[in-house]
Ligand binder design. Structure first.
Ligand code: NDP
Length: 289
């Protein structure tokens, strides 16, 4: 049996650590970190995420603000809110919930966020800081994925890590983090030849593709650590839908040394790491180590 890496329990540990950090910051510097979330439109999944983020921010002892705009909001209106939050000293983290309506240039909105308040870590300045190894705000899902991998092996140094997927949100930043952990990193994507063989060389596999159960058991090296970032909704036997990852869990679990389930693996780590980033943003803004 592989080690099942319990993302729900580990996310709870991270949130506990954040709450302690917040209490310590308030006591030592009178600094209460605050996160502002901007939600545009009525996307049901986005509304749930934003509600959860707000509740968990408050539960960790931080300030939380939600700015809700209708789907008809203009880009200028959204940019004006972002600028206002950039200039508000009580706001340490700003998150604009994606997706934005089609008439809005999401890149322009994200690039308007002050990099020091960019708790999603998507701003080009933060991407650059990550790759050159400076202190920065790192995207949340990649951070969570590496925390989970380190629960299976505290040192990842020297491992062959294969990341399948090269998005700016997951694949590329997780590759940067694994390089920092001294892995030998391969980034695979839709044009990779013989993907099966590439994956088979992985001591650590990060699957971030968005194709349900693409990675099969016979792709996995015996004993490997498998971190499944994928969240895919597929039809289930009872006529409803269920969530599956990018790896075929039952097959991969037979071969892997450690594996994350879906749901209950990487998913819960994302908001926990967002809270961590809000504390880090507040510290960076005040020059606290
Ligand atoms: P994207 O669609 O942005 O990127 C997918 C990547 O997979 C691309 O780089 C693409 O390659 C690659 N890819 C597509 N098809 C293949 C293939 N057949 N073989 C190899 N590589 C392939 O997705 P995201 O990175 O945003 O998300 C990936 C998964 O992670 C999704 O299931 C998403 O739901 C999940 N996710 C989960 C989060 C969480 O909180 N747990 C947060 C974010 C995402 P190419 O570049 O060549 O097109």
């Amino acid at each position: 049996m592989p080690q099942i890496i319990d993302g729900k329990a580990i996310a709870a540990e991270v949130r506990e650590g954040v709450a302690k950090d917040v209490a310590a910051l308030i006591a030592s510097h009178g600094l209460k970190p605050g996160l502002a979330v901007v939600l545009v439109g009525e996307d049901p999944a986005s509304k749930v995420y934003v509600k959860n983020k707000g509740e968990q921010t408050v539960a960790a002892g931080m300030n939380s603000w939600e700015h809700k705009l209708p789907a008809t909001a203009t880009e200028a209106e959204i940019l004006a809110i972002v600028q206002k939050l950039n200039n508000d000293p009580a706001v340490h983290g700003i998150l604009v919930q994606l997706p934005l309506p089609k008439h809005v240039n999401a890149e322009r909105v994200l690039n308007t966020i002050d990099p020091n308040k960019d708790v999603d870590g998507f701003h080009p300045v933060n991407v650059g800081r990550l790759w050159i190894g400076e202190r920065t705000l790192v995207p949340c899902t990649p951070t969570g994925s590496v925390i989970l991998a380190k629960k299976a092996a505290p040192s990842l140094a020297g491992m062959n890590a294969v990341v399948v997927g090269r998005s700016n949100i997951v694949g590329k930043p997780v590759a940067a983090l694994l390089l920092k952990e001294n892995c030998t990193v391969t980034i695979a994507h839709s044009r990779t030849r013989n993907l099966h063989d590439v994956v088979k060389g992985a001591d650590l596999l990060i699957a971030a593709v968005g194709i349900p159960e693409m990675v099969r058991g016979d792709w996995v090296k015996p004993g490997a650590i498998v971190i499944d970032v994928g969240i895919n909704r597929v039809p289930s036997a009872n006529g409803k839908t269920k969530l599956v990852g990018d790896c075929n869990y039952d097959e991969c679990a037979k071969v892997a040394g450690a594996i994350t389930p879906v749901p209950g693996g990487v998913g819960p780590m994302t908001i926990a790491c967002l809270l961590q980033n809000t504390v880090e943003a507040a510290k960076m803004q005040k020059g606290i180590k």
